[in-house]
Design a protein around this ligand. Structure first.
Ligand SMILES: O=c1ccn([C@@H]2O[C@H](COP(=O)(O)O)[C@@H](O)[C@H]2O)c(=O)[nH]1
Length: 270
């Protein structure tokens, strides 16, 4: 099934725009994982099983796996989601960007080796750097547009002939997206920009990090970024859910935080 169809059906089935980010940091895991031979896999699997009915997607961040030489655990956790919670899309947050010949290998890695349904990409190297991903027509790509961090101002807010660069990126992505598979990354920390981007590209889906640990306002972000159908958003929270408790009740507390977040998003949708 196409990534866009998987996402739409999870928005509806789970009544949720919430995406849980899988950013596993072993030092923050509960005690019991100290004796596990695969702590990253075991921790993520428990979080996934406790929350799968509350989300529209899971978003593993590749650096948290590769920095611990845990690529096999990443492969296994994506397989775990597809096998045990079929239909929930996996967005691999890898922020790739390189010349076409190299991008073809990154695309093969993300879609064939890791078997993710979607990937995050940098727009900095232009159209030919994203084209190899688009050849996987069933898959999705979210392109960095207005990132959630303060340093995003350095380039994204530069005036490019009367519009900020992030708006130019939004326009370009809409132009490149001939197959309805692309979207934008826009931080919940910037509701004004969410609103302007939504007005510029009403049809694109936005991946929205920055609520939870980064302090973005859920109500403001949802109201600014949702589309005319009150969807069009994949709102990510990682640390606030994963580390809601460091005790034996971590999965239960993660579920409670996920439920609270999903409901706050839905309240804002109206
Ligand atoms: O603009 C961006 C793009 C990506 N991220 C990623 O999202 C999560 C956020 O984690 P929290 O714990 O909810 O803050 C993380 O994987 C980032 O790499 C982002 O924050 N901002």
């Amino acid at each position: 099934m196409k990534f866009s169809q998987m996402l739409s059906s999870c928005w509806e089935k789970n009544d949720s725009l919430l995406c849980i980010g899988l950013d596993p940091t072993p030092a923050r895991f509960p005690e019991k994982f100290k004796t596990s031979s695969r702590p990253i896999f075991d921790f993520c699997a428990e979080i996934i099983d406790a929350t799968a009915d509350l989300v529209c997607a899971f978003k593993p961040q590749i650096a948290y796996f590769s920095s611990s030489s845990a690529e096999q655990e990443l492969i296994d956790i994506i397989d775990w989601i597809h096998t045990n919670h079929p239909g929930i899309p996996v967005i691999l947050d890898a922020k790739r960007g390189d010349i076409g010949s190299t991008a073809a290998h990154y695309a093969k890695e993300v879609f064939e080796r890791f078997k993710a349904d979607c990937v995050t990409l940098s727009p900095y190297m232009g159209k030919d750097s994203v084209e190899p991903y688009l050849e996987y027509v069933e898959k999705g790509e979210f392109v960095l547009c207005r990132t959630s961090n303060k340093g995003g101002d350095d380039f994204q807010m530069l005036d490019i002939g009367g519009v900020p660069l992030y708006i130019k990126v939004a326009e370009k992505v809409a132009e490149w997206d001939i197959n309805g598979q692309m979207g934008l990354v826009i931080g919940a920390t910037y509701p004004e920009e969410l609103k302007k981007a939504r007005a510029t590209v009403p049809e694109l889906t936005f991946l929205v990090p920055g609520i939870g640990a980064q302090g973005g306002d859920i109500n403001a972000a949802v109201k600014a970024g949702m589309n005319k159908d009150k969807t069009g958003l994949v709102i990510n929270s990682s640390r606030a859910i994963l580390y809601a408790s460091k005790e034996a009740d971590f999965a239960e507390k993660a579920r409670a935080e996920a439920l609270r977040t999903r409901d706050a998003i839905n309240k804002a949708r109206g």
